[in-house]
Design a protein around this ligand. Structure first.
Ligand code: UT7
Length: 329
């Protein structure tokens, strides 16, 4: 496999902010409970006429502008999401058309909160194989569309947003892709899901009355799995690539819960300076958390060219993933 690098990044969040204090007026919750149990203060929410492709296009345009790249030069678009505009056509098709990425093929990639890590791995291999030169990986989710704002156990957790990273060939010795470990444990499928709307339980008056088109979660079961596996898969990847925790400049974890992130960092032996956390601003934006947190790390001066960065995530499925890259921007 030839060396590949992340050559551009762009992000976008919709302007409207929903704070914990706003949520206090909607459900039986408090700012204190949300902050203490999750680390979230506020999240961005899309307007009713904004869909996932709209967020994705903004993030993609920003990444392409950073690189000065004509969209027609893209070879493929990998659109990571659990909230596509439609089942089909794929959101990748909508974004390809809106960008004018005339030569690109692509597809939607569904791995819930791990999907951006899976997207980076897939993009690295398409470019690494020598068959593609420019692959745009986009993570975009409009979680507010599938959240029940009468259910306090889930509605406080999620937000909307998007991020994109461009993958291109790198010279030998240039910073780039180091390694990955991705897994599925499908035995956890029932712990976090949107029960209805697919071929198992198509939409009906009953599914709507029973509120089955919204995210349902056994929070504690997901929490326990996430704490254990996010640490284990990250540790396995470090071992596989002969990397010590001290070599990692920053870990950029999926942002689902501050306590999950801190427990993972502790178990890996990372210092607080090595861990990027921005959950307080955005909540859990599913496929977008990792690019959004990466952008914050760059803007804060914590991630620079040549630094080793560990991306790590656990999501519905269960899906689990970790990627190690040397940052090239
Ligand atoms: O990104 C995909 C992966 N998702 C995750 O990683 C999420 C993993 N899970 C979690 O982050 C946590 O389990 C939650 C944040 C969802 C919940 O935190 P918890 O500490 O596990 O709380 P809990 O579910 O055990 O609930 C504790 C109490 C319950 O009340 P009782 O039964 O003790 O009286 C809940 O009813 O907190 C109550 N509760 C709330 N209270 C105020 C649940 N949600 C709320 C709320 N406000 N929003």
């Amino acid at each position: 496999m030839r060396n590949v690098k992340i050559s551009a990044i762009g992000t976008y969040v919709p302007p409207r902010v929903l704070t914990n204090v706003d949520l206090e007026k909607m459900v039986d919750t408090t700012n204190e409970w949300i902050l203490e149990r999750t680390g979230i203060r506020e999240r961005h929410i899309a307007d009713p006429d904004t869909a996932t492709s709209d967020l994705a296009v903004e993030a993609a345009k920003s990444a392409l502008a950073q690189r000065g790249l004509d969209p027609a030069e893209l070879d493929a678009i990998l659109l990571c999401t659990v909230t596509p505009d439609h089942f089909f056509p794929s959101t990748a098709c909508l974004v390809q058309h809106r960008l004018g990425a005339k030569r690109a093929w692509g597809f939607d990639l569904i791995a819930a909160c791990s999907s951006f890590v899976y997207g980076l791995t897939t993009g690295a291999h398409l470019v690494g194989a020598g068959t593609h030169s420019k692959v745009l990986v986009i993570g975009a989710d409009t979680m507010s569309r599938i959240i029940d704002y009468t259910d306090r156990a889930t509605c406080v957790l999620f937000g909307d947003g998007a991020g994109a990273m461009l993958i291109e060939p790198a010279e030998d010795g240039e910073p780039g892709f180091v390694g990955f470990r991705n897994e599925i444990d499908g035995s956890g499928g029932d712990y976090l899901k949107m029960p209805a709307g697919g071929s198992r339980l198509p939409p009906s008056h009953e599914t709507i009355d029973q509120r089955l088109h919204f995210v349902k979660q056994d929070g504690q079961a997901v929490f326990k799995f996430a704490v254990r596996r996010m640490h284990e898969i990250s540790a396995d990847l470090l071992k596989q690539t002969n990397t010590s925790a001290a070599d990692v400049k920053v870990m950029i974890p999926h942002q689902a819960n501050l306590r999950i992130i801190n427990a993972t960092a502790d178990r890996l032996g990372l210092t607080p300076e090595q861990v990027v956390i921005n959950i307080e601003k955005y909540g859990n934006t599913t496929a977008a958390t990792i690019p959004l947190a990466t952008m914050d790390a760059i803007q804060d001066g914590r991630l620079k060219k040549g630094d080793l960065v560990l991306f790590s995530a656990v999501g519905a499925g269960f899906t689990v993933g970790a990627n190690l890259w040397r940052w090239a921007l």
